[in-house]
Structures are given as structure tokens and as C-alpha cells.
Write a protein that binds this ligand. Structure first.
Ligand code: FAD
Length: 462
């Protein structure tokens, strides 16, 4: 490092309360680590920000030094958006505080918190925010792109429950955006990703959930894939808002409830998360039991355990590639294409997840937020090529691409979910936002005219 650069780093160290880490610092490797082990990048500097004022100083400093700037919430962007070779990472991991107001049913959550931290604090009061299905994911990136999971049918996306956000703009101003303060910015934040500033605090509306909820998981062998997907299709069309779930084309885990001969077997799991009464859940899942799955798991469980149930299937450091799309519906032809694709996958960790999009998700008008997905789509498909074996990674990536191409004819107009892009191709980002892109570009011009924040599903200033 040159003397000039080292002098500048000293200036940043003086300016912020959080740690400033360089590649030879002992904590650097951990700070520069992201979830996707397929991405190996080394930022020149990681600024661990402990406050909005720290973020403002780091943003100013990075621009003065002419460094490319990335923002890290939970580090789960499959594209590795939180790290740039030779750039500055503004790392929000110290900002994990979650403060719950159980009377108003609201939570204020730091911009570096994980879903696990948010869930744990809210569940102390029997409350929850709809969010994702793997608890080590970051609240920030997930929310800014949309955020769906088990509670989407009951309470919508994470952004549908966002009341306000504290955000540091690239010029260093700290503002709060809500429906009545900076409403254009607030609209853009709800789906437009990290394009408009660095969010240091999210304020969410909460819903009574649990603490005990009901799981029903029914696993069908690969030979019955078409039948199982059609069964799931019928189930989720009829299911009430209190049921979330997924049609999960996965391999059976080596878990105690799985017969040993079925460990790692490929197939289709119909997963139902019931947030209503126990007897309602039992009646609802009866047709799935009667279909005679290879094995099942039907049990009450704490909501936080449901939120962690899939954590081990997607551990830190795996090599991953992902693409997503929305399906207008699961036609028979789409079911056949999905079944053919899952027969072609090799890694037991690779998966094709179909999240039904009903209930509260569809209540929100399309134009009410900047969310890239269509509110009339019936399913979000997440195609993940995941492996621990470096030799298999190219094949899994190819599997994702060919599966995505095979499902494109059934997709609901718009392209992918921006949070499921392993590559931010410009045409795909534009396609994801459709006619909203122009409005987002105008808002980007107001808040980040020089496109300082571009390590993301980038919206270019108009
Ligand atoms: P990061 O890599 O830290 O950030 C992602 C993007 O957001 C980057 O562009 C970053 O610059 C920006 N960003 C992060 N923090 C801030 C901030 N505070 N202010 C401004 N910009 C910021 N999505 C779902 O909707 N539902 C799911 O169930 C789901 N499950 C997932 C499971 C796994 C294992 C993984 C890897 C991803 C999953 N996702 C899911 C996708 C997830 O929403 C995205 O990967 C999301 O980007 C993760 O956010 P993060 O903060 O962890 O990531």
C-alpha cells in the first residue's frame, strides 16, 4: 500500500467508530467473507460501520479515494455484490440491534441484522415479520429486493410490511423514508435493492405468529415427480392464507425422520407451514398424507425452528449459482418441464423451489412498490445449483441455465427476482422491473446521480 493510501486509511480510522480492516489485519478474512464460496474477491478496505454517521463517513471517504463501493448486509447475494476486488466494502454487520414495540406491533431492525436475529427478538412477543426461509440470510438485501417466505400468503412480502427506513444517501445525508417522508425514495426502496443509499435501520409492521406453528412435509420419490407437483398445485390453489409453503424439488436429507434407504434420494417435497389452529392444519394436510408419500414429517414446532429448518441445506461456503423466474401458473406442460429438469440435476444440494404466491402477496397493487415481480404470478421459481465439490460447479451452473431456459416459455412476462440473480445482466435487471425501470432510473438520478452504488442489480441514472 502506498504512503498516500495508508495516510487515507488512517483518516478513515479516525473518522469512524467501527473497525477499518485491510488484507493483513487478522479479522479481515472473516470480514470479507460472503456466503457464496464460488466467489473469491478481496476488497482493499472493509469498513465495519457502527452507526449511520460511520456509514456517511465511509461513503464520503470511498468516493474521495475513487474506490468502487460495495455494501454488505448479510453477505448472501449469490452474485457476491457485497465484495469488489480492490474496492471498499461498507459492512453493516455491527448494526444488528432489534427493538420491538409489542403494543404498536412494530420492530426497528439494524441494517446488518440476520433473519435469525430479527425472528428471535420478535418471537419473544409472539410476533414476526414475513421474511425468507434461511435464517442466516441478511434482513437488508432480502428486504430491499422484496423478501418472500413462509408467511407471504398470510402477510405479504417483507417490503409490504416496511413502515420506514433510515437511509444514508451517497452525499452523506441521513434521512428517514416512509409513505410521508421522501415518498419517492420509500417507493424505490421497496424492491429497488441497494441502489439509492445505505439503509441503517428498517422499521417493520409485525404480525402475531406462533410461537408454535405446524409443519407438514411430504416427500415423493422422483418416479412420482409429475404427480407430486400436480398434487402441490391443487393443494396451494385451495389452501387458506394461514398456510405457507413450497413445492421443493430436492434430495431427501439424512435426517432421523427419513428412512435410511431414502437418504439423499432425489424427489419432490411438498412443504406446508401452517399458522392456524392444529385441527385446521390436520384437516388441510390430510389429502397430502393420503397420497402415500415415501416419508413425511408432521409436527408442531417453534416458529424460529421453522425459520432455521433449511439452514443446514445451504451452509456458508458452498459454491452456488442461481436464477429465478415467476410462473403465471403451473400448467401441465410446465410441470413436465420441471420434472424433466430435476431428473437432469447431479448435485444432491442443487434444488428447484416453487414458492406459491397467493393471499396477501396478491392484495398489494403492482404499482404500490418498486418490487420487480408480477403480483399476479402464481409461483416464484428459484433454481439453485449448489455443491461443495469444485469439480461439479460448472455442471451445476449449466444445469441452472438450461432449466431456466426450459421454464422461460411459462414465465410471467417479467424476468427474474433480483435477489436470485447470480449475474446482474443489464437486460435481465431491466426485464425484472419492466415498466417500473424508468421511474426507478429517475429516482436514482435524484439520489445517486453518479451511480456510486452500482454493485447490485443496477438501475442506471436516467
Ligand atoms: P448482501 O450480499 O450483504 O447484500 C445483497 C445486496 O443488497 C447487495 O447489492 C448489497 O449492496 C445490498 N445491501 C445489503 N445491505 C444493504 C443495506 N443495509 N443498505 C443498502 N443496500 C444493502 N430471498 C427471499 O426473498 N426469500 C428466501 O427465502 C431467500 N432465501 C435465501 C436463502 C439463501 C441461502 C440465500 C443465499 C439467499 C436467499 N434469498 C432469499 C435471496 C436473498 O434475499 C438475497 O441473497 C439477498 O440479497 C441477501 O441479502 P444480504 O443482506 O444477506 O446480502
Amino acid at each position: 500500500m502506498t504512503n498516500t493510501m495508508s495516510g487515507r486509511v488512517d483518516a478513515l480510522r479516525t473518522a469512524i467508530d467501527g473497525q477499518v480492516l485491510l488484507p493483513d489485519d487478522p479479522d479481515y478474512d472473516r470480514a470479507a467473507l460472503i456466503w457464496n464460496g464460488a466467489i473469491d474477491r478481496s476488497p482493499a478496505v472493509v469498513a465495519r460501520c457502527a452507526s449511520a454517521a460511520d456509514v456517511a463517513s465511509a461513503l464520503r471517504w470511498g468516493q474521495e479515494c475513487g474506490l468502487e463501493i460495495a455494501v454488505r448486509g448479510g453477505g448472501h447475494s449469490v452474485a457476491g455484490a457485497a465484495v469488489i476486488d480492490g474496492g471498499l466494502t461498507i459492512d453493516l454487520s455491527p448494526l444488528t440491534s432489534v427493538v420491538v414495540d409489542p403494543v404498536a406491533r412494530r420492530a426497528r431492525c439494524g441494517g446488518g441484522a440476520s433473519l435469525a436475529q430479527l425472528d428471535a427478538a420478535c418471537q419473544e412477543h409472539g410476533l414476526a415479520v414475513p421474511a425468507g426461509t434461511v435464517s442466516h440470510t441478511g434482513v437488508a438485501g432480502l428486504t430491499l429486493g422484496g423478501g418472500f417466505g413462509w408467511l407471504s400468503a398470510m402477510a405479504g412480502l417483507s417490503i409490504d410490511n416496511l413502515i420506514s427506513a433510515e437511509i444514508v444517501l451517497v452525499d452523506g445525508r441521513v434521512v428517514r423514508a416512509s409513505s410521508h417522508e421522501y415518498p419517492d425514495l420509500f417507493w424505490a426502496l421497496r424492491g429497488g435493492g441497494g441502489n439509492f443509499g445505505v439503509v441503517t435501520e428498517f422499521e417493520f409492521q409485525l404480525h402475531p405468529v406462533g410461537p408454535l406453528v405446524h409443519l407438514g412435509m411430504f416427500f415423493f420419490e422422483l418416479g412420482r415427480a409429475e404427480e407430486a407437483i400436480r398434487l402441490g398445485r391443487k393443494f396451494f390453489v385451495d389452501s387458506p392464507r394461514t398456510a405457507g409453503g413450497a413445492i421443493a424439488c430436492v434430495n431427501a436429507p439424512p435426517a432421523p425422520f427419513v428412512p435410511e434407504e431414502a437418504h439423499f434420494a432425489p424427489g419432490v417435497a411438498l412443504v406446508v407451514a401452517g399458522f392456524g389452529a392444529a385441527d385446521e392444519h390436520a384437516a388441510m394436510i390430510a389429502p397430502l398424507r393420503e397420497a402415500g408419500p415415501l416419508f413425511e414429517l408432521v409436527t408442531p414446532m417453534p416458529y424460529v425452528a421453522l425459520q432455521q429448518m433449511l439452514d443446514d441445506g445451504a451452509p456458508w461456503g458452498v459454491r452456488a449459482y442461481e436464477k429465478g423466474l415467476y410462473l403465471e401458473d403451473l400448467t401441465d406442460a410446465a410441470v413436465d418441464a420441471i420434472a424433466a429438469s430435476i431428473r437432469a440435476k447431479r448435485s444432491p444440494m442443487s434444488q428447484l423451489l416453487l414458492f406459491p404466491l397467493g393471499g396477501a402477496y396478491r392484495d398489494v397493487p403492482d404499482e404500490a412498490t418498486a418490487f420487480g415481480g408480477s403480483r399476479s404470478a402464481r409461483y416464484a421459481a428459484a433454481i439453485g445449483g449448489i455443491t461443495l465439490d469444485p469439480q461439479m460447479f460448472d455442471d451445476e451452473r449449466q444445469w441452472v441455465r438450461s432449466t431456466w431456459a426450459a421454464l422461460r416459455p411459462f414465465s410471467a412476462g417479467r424476468g427474474s427476482y433480483v435477489n436470485m440473480m447470480a449475474e446482474f445482466e443489464d437486460d435481465q435487471v431491466r426485464a425484472a422491473y419492466g415498466s417500473k425501470y424508468e421511474r426507478l432510473a429517475l429516482i436514482k438520478t435524484v439520489y445517486d446521480p453518479r451511480n456510486v452504488l452500482r454493485s447490485n442489480a443496477n438501475i442506471k441514472p436516467a
